[in-house]
Design a protein. Structure first.
Lengths: 333, 433
């Protein structure tokens, strides 16, 4: 095979992997939008907050240390050597559930029956609050995310594919980051779990009922408030997974909240209400932007991925305004 | 009603006490950023800047006996917020601004010139502001972006025993005004040295760089130079380690060379290099004073954990240069309560030699500086530092060397002339001395 052909395959594979990383963020948006009609602007910040909390527990960092030291003149930073990763993930999940409960108690219950734009504005406020709160709680320094996932190029794949190129050609083997492969596996598990949860559990069916028609769901005794807590908790879990994967790539820092920007074209393309849509949308965006950058990027100055993802999403939008898997809204007047 | 009035009066008084310095203080406002995507870097710089002035106040009673204050205004690295901060603080007797952002710098250049307040953009901002004849109120000593590019190429040339002919060098840069700054210089240097230059932009924020590093892996350049900031640096260094690019052939500008940039890559970052215009580490006598008078006294701007880190040291160095310029201005104008115009004069006549650096507790920390009316850019010297992942330390591996003046002076003259023509600026008269 010619090295050029193998390079295209490599670009497609890496596009798929990148797409899965985008899907991980998009999933959180979809879950909340499906169940409550809220476009959660704070999803990226939730991923950041979850990642900060996880690293905080892992390293035994004292939350609000700066505030405590400034107020009481103490010099505390750590309470010990920290927790093991599994326990830290469980504790972080507990924090995200507590966050969902507080959010429902303090904010969302006062927003019932408000217009979608008001709910959207609420999540903007929530995003800024959480970013500041996360800073106050865990500090602004860059933290190392290490949950034991391997990363770096796969030697095995490199060695295997080296021989695929035609003899005499300069080819160094195919490259895939092992961390991305793990992310793909985790994303698949996540989607299967979410699907099984929504299809085969009582709570899952209640979630679907609320998503279909929340007023009808309330008439059969489903508590909207409990559902909101559950949905925001699940979105918190998805945010934690996204935070771990993205944090492992770049360290945990405040720019992590900007990963939400990568999820938007995925949502436009896949639809705001479909879990498979978030996955397929992510894959299409990932492959599309990587192939475009590889084939034409160099001719037009490079760095095309950010804007091309949106162009691709908008192109789909022209033919399917509800996204690939979104529900078609028909309103009769 | 009375309660409301009383509350308003208390709040107003509180605001006055906290935000406006007493008239006799020397005011060095900080346009800092401790929050947002770049907060981790901004906080370290701001801590260093504030701590140095605290040290002067506590140890020496201020500058020439006058206390220094450093009121902070949070910009979040956003240009509009930076301009807002400038407008809201300039009336409080601001002596000099350090915006720590190229975007904010570009917006403030006409404003500071009109308001006759000096601005110091060390190692960033508009490179051609080194021409003091055109940019009367802007200073970018001791070195600028173009010096950095030139010193990096000089180092790579040394690595290749003086011959870069036919070598492939790739520039991975932040796709912004800042990241594009070195392109022209590198193009000129590539003509001179005969290396092939490839440009690879990375869009803000730079969290996803797979395409760029796959391309580097395919094309196998001999060297990669990086002009990045924030998360772009961490991701690039990690991706370079992932594709097993030889780290000793990967050199960043000074904004891509802090502990924040390399630690997330762990062992993989070992050997990565960056250019710098100041010393590294905490092995200087001044840090004993900072520990005694600032940290241990509970007066540090942060929690003290950043002391001695690259960006802390840079902030401290920026404060040192500002304080020395203020002292120069006091002597020149024979007054302790200097104005911003007098501060500008102090900056334009700033001279720091090695003896003075030793006296200040920073022997060998930075090159000698001799600012003149014509040259606001300083000596343009820089050194190369290298990361030791095991020790988690940067080490200087070269002396401070001069950039290629032949190329850089010509570029500065050309760019500043274009700016002067566009903005109808007449050259400052430098003949008065």
């Amino acid at each position: 095979m010619s090295p050029d052909f193998l390079n295209v395959i490599e670009v497609i594979l890496n596009g798929l992997m990148a797409g899965i990383m985008y899907s991980l963020v998009a999933l959180g948006f979809v879950l909340i939008f499906k169940a409550s009609g809220i476009f959660n602007y704070a999803q990226g910040v939730m991923a950041l907050f979850a990642a900060l909390t996880l690293v905080g527990f892992q390293t035994g960092q004292v939350p609000f240390a700066h505030l405590i030291n400034a107020t009481f003149g103490t010099d505390v930073h750590h309470w010990g050597s920290g927790m093991n990763t599994f326990l830290a993930i469980l504790c972080t999940m507990a924090v995200m559930i507590l966050f969902a409960w507080l959010l429902e108690r303090i904010v969302l219950r006062h927003m019932v029956n408000q217009a979608p734009i008001i709910l959207f504005m609420t999540t903007i406020g929530l995003a800024y609050f959480m970013e500041g709160f996360g800073d106050l709680m865990w500090g602004a320094d860059i933290k190392n995310m290490d949950v034991g996932l391997p990363s770096g190029g796969s030697f095995w794949l490199e060695d295997v594919t080296k021989g695929w190129a035609s003899e005499g050609s300069e080819y160094y083997g195919m490259y895939i980051d092992v961390l991305d492969v793990w992310a793909a596996g985790i994303a698949i598990l996540l989607v299967i779990s979410l699907t099984l949860f929504s299809q085969y559990t009582k709570t899952g069916r209640a979630l679907r009922a609320v998503a279909d028609d929340h007023q009808a769901a309330m008439t059969v005794g489903i508590s909207l408030r409990s559902i909101w807590i559950i949905v925001w908790s699940i979105a918190g879990f998805v945010a934690l997974v996204a935070g771990i994967m993205w944090g492992s790539k770049s360290g945990v820092q405040f720019s992590l909240s900007l990963i939400a920007l990568k999820a938007l074209p995925v949502l436009i393309l896949g639809g705001f209400t479909s879990i498979p849509g978030a996955i397929i949308g992510g894959l299409i965006i990932g492959i599309g932007e990587k192939l475009f950058e590889y084939s034409l990027g160099g001719m037009i100055g490079g760095a095309t991925e950010n804007w091309f993802a949106y162009v691709l999403a908008l192109a789909f939008l022209m033919f399917r305004p509800q996204g690939l898997f979104g529900e078609k809204i028909i309103e009769r007047v | 009603m009375k309660l409301k009035t009383l509350t308003a009066a208390v709040v107003a008084a509180g605001l006055l006490v906290t935000s406006v310095p007493a008239l006799a203080d020397l005011n060095f406002p900080m346009l800092s950023y401790r929050t947002g995507a770049y907060g981790a870097n901004g906080a370290q710089f701001a801590d260093g800047y504030a701590d140095y002035f605290t040290l002067l106040n506590e140890r020496d009673g201020g500058i020439g006996g006058v206390k220094a204050v450093t009121p902070e205004c949070e910009t979040g690295y956003k240009t509009d917020k930076g301009v807002e901060c400038y407008e809201s603080t300039k009336g409080d007797g601001a002596l000099v601004y350090q915006p720590l952002s190229t975007g904010i710098t570009y917006q403030l250049i006409p404003k500071v010139t009109q308001d006759n307040i000096p601005m110091h953009t060390m190692g960033y901002g508009r490179t051609s502001a080194a021409n003091g004849k055109v940019f009367s109120n802007v200073f970018n000593y001791p070195a600028n972006y173009w010096d950095a590019a030139s010193v990096i190429v000089k180092h790579l040339s040394d690595v290749e025993k003086g011959d870069l002919k036919g070598k492939k060098i790739t520039l991975v840069y932040h796709n912004s005004a800042y990241g594009k700054e070195p392109i022209r210089t590198l193009e000129e240097l590539s003509k001179k040295h005969g290396f092939e230059l490839k440009l690879l932009p990375v869009d803000h924020p730079g969290q996803e760089q797979k395409s760029q590093w796959l391309q580097i892996r395919r094309e196998r350049p001999d060297f990669v130079i990086m002009y990045g900031w924030g998360v772009m640096n961490q991701v690039a260094i990690k991706e370079a380690a992932n594709i097993r690019f030889p780290m000793e052939n990967f050199v960043g500008v000074w904004w891509s060379g802090s502990e924040n940039d390399v630690i997330p890559a762990g062992e993989g970052a070992n050997g990565y290099k960056a250019v710098t215009f100041h010393g590294v580490g905490a092995d200087y006598p001044i840090f004993k004073d900072i520990a005694k008078h600032v940290k241990d006294a509970g007066k540090a701007a942060g929690d003290g954990s950043n002391i001695g880190k690259v960006l802390y040291n840079r902030g401290m160095y920026a404060a040192l240069l500002a304080a020395e310029a203020a002292a120069t201005a006091q002597k020149m104008h024979d007054t302790k309560d200097i104005t911003s115009a007098q501060m500008r004069d102090g900056m334009e006549n700033l001279k720091i030699d090695e003896a003075r650096m030793t006296e200040l507790g920073l022997p060998g920390f930075g090159p000698e500086i001799n600012v003149t009316c014509e040259n606001h850019g300083g000596p343009g010297l820089a050194a190369i530092q290298q990361w030791d992942a095991k020790a988690e330390q940067w080490k200087l591996i070269t002396e401070f060397v001069e950039s290629d003046r032949e190329i850089i002076d010509a570029l500065i003259a050309e760019d500043s002339a274009a700016y002067a023509k566009e903005n109808k600026i007449e050259d400052q008269d430098c003949s008065k001395g």
